[in-house]
Ligand binder design. Structure first.
Ligand SMILES: NC(=O)CC[C@H](N)C(=O)O
Length: 387
């Protein structure tokens, strides 16, 4: 039998502890350094890669069928992929999806993102769970030439996400209006007709589907950059303020975001709703603290219990920091907890319609159990207007 020639690996994942994974590169050539996480969702690799919250991270997909639905601009959570790279078990297959307009590999190449296939993702996921989210360097070279020592050193020398403010890097350059609602068969995306509530959404890395959910809940949405001042927010005379998801360390936004939130809380009685990074920054503004998790929660099947009702919702999660529930001051209560590890998933002020959640009620990808939180925001604005 002819000798089987094993093709030379064209990609390499180097962990800061010196562990090396070789695989088949795809997407852009080059190298990148980031924190490595894993996401267990079985769908939505495009929504995940384009979620601005993943800036500074490389995503390991535990589900092996990646690429099978191609990509379509309809599923972008922002203009292009923001995650630094992708790690998968099987090389992407030819897509089979009537909505696809491009193959995954060509999309990653065109948008400058590096990916590695043929990886033992169960082993890598166990390492992330046991040792914590590692700093890694990922390289893709057509000839398979790698300076392993240099890659390990780059991973080792990277300063990491703690203390890193990435929200200002992914926010919008200027304000804009949003009126597109959630996707529905057969008309797809449609525009809202008669919105009832004027909402200012502060963009710390907002996912488009969050804006669609606000629009579907009857909000007339104006999006402002992350560095907007309280005066700029209030100048829109909103009925409510929304704090978006986003990348990086919530405590690192202390220069602008947390003081702005505090000022709005101190100078108005407006309903306020935050998601993920917005949740963490609201907790900080109320006097709580945030902590870095061992490997975070990234997936689409996370059970969360709402304490007031005892109801369990299956949720989409993407976070590596969390609110320390023990640090919440009087007047602020924990509303939701993770049934995986008891970590905080929601808070509210006891005397005002100000609340936030750690999970992602907009799904994209994942379940839509938590859409009620957008409706609750609209009801709070209704109640304030009729009071
Ligand atoms: N999705 C998000 O908003 C993430 C929030 C924050 N960057 C974290 O990792 O916890």
């Amino acid at each position: 039998m002819a000798d089987t020639v094993t093709p030379k690996p064209t990609a390499c994942l180097a962990l800061a502890d010196g562990t090396i994974f070789y695989g088949n590169g795809f997407g852009a050539y080059g190298e990148t350094v980031a924190e490595l996480c894993f996401n267990t969702a079985m769908t939505g690799y495009q929504e995940i890669m384009t979620d601005p919250s993943y800036a500074g991270q490389i995503v390991t997909f535990t589900f092996p069928h990646i690429g099978n639905t191609g990509v379509t601009p309809e599923d972008d959570e922002t203009a292009d992929p923001v995650a630094a790279g992708m790690v998968v078990k099987w090389d992407p297959t030819q897509s089979s999806n009537w909505r696809a307009t491009e193959e995954l590999k060509s999309w990653l190449t065109r948008t400058g993102r590096i990916a590695i296939g043929g990886i033992d993702t169960p082993r890598l996921t166990r390492a992330i769970r046991q040792q914590g989210a590692p700093h890694v360097a990922l390289a893709h070279d057509p000839d398979g030439n790698f300076d392993i020592e240099a890659l390990v050193a780059k991973a080792r020398d990277w300063s990491g996400l703690e203390g890193l403010d990435l929200a200002k890097d992914v926010t919008c350059a200027q304000s804009y209006r949003w009126d597109e609602m959630r996707w529905a068969w057969p008309e797809g995306y449609t525009r809202q007709e008669a919105p009832k509530h004027k909402v200012v959404a502060v963009d710390y890395g907002a996912k488009r589907n969050i804006l669609r959910c606000l629009a579907s809940a009857g909000c007339d949405v104006t999006v402002l950059p992350a560095t907007a001042t309280a005066a700029e927010v209030l100048a829109h005379n909103p009925d409510g303020v929304f704090l978006s998801n986003g990348p990086g360390d919530p405590a690192a936004t202390g220069e602008y975001a947390v003081p702005m939130i505090k000022e709005i809380l101190d100078s108005s009685d407006l309903p306020m709703f935050g998601i993920c990074l917005g949740h963490q920054m609201l907790a900080l503004a109320l006097g709580g603290k945030t902590v870095k998790m061992n490997h975070g929660h990234h997936g689409a099947n996370h059970p969360v219990k709402e304490n007031a009702t005892g109801k369990v919702e299956i949720t989409s999660m993407n976070h590596g920091f969390a609110v320390d529930a023990q640090s919440l001051p009087d007047g602020v209560e924990e509303t939701h907890v993770s049934l995986f590890d008891g970590s905080n998933c929601g808070i509210r002020m006891k005397d005002r319609p100000v609340y936030s959640v750690q999970h992602h009620p907009e799904a994209s990808p994942g379940p839509q159990d938590s859409f009620y939180l957008f409706e609750r925001f609209a009801e709070a604005m209704d109640a304030r207007k009729s009071a």
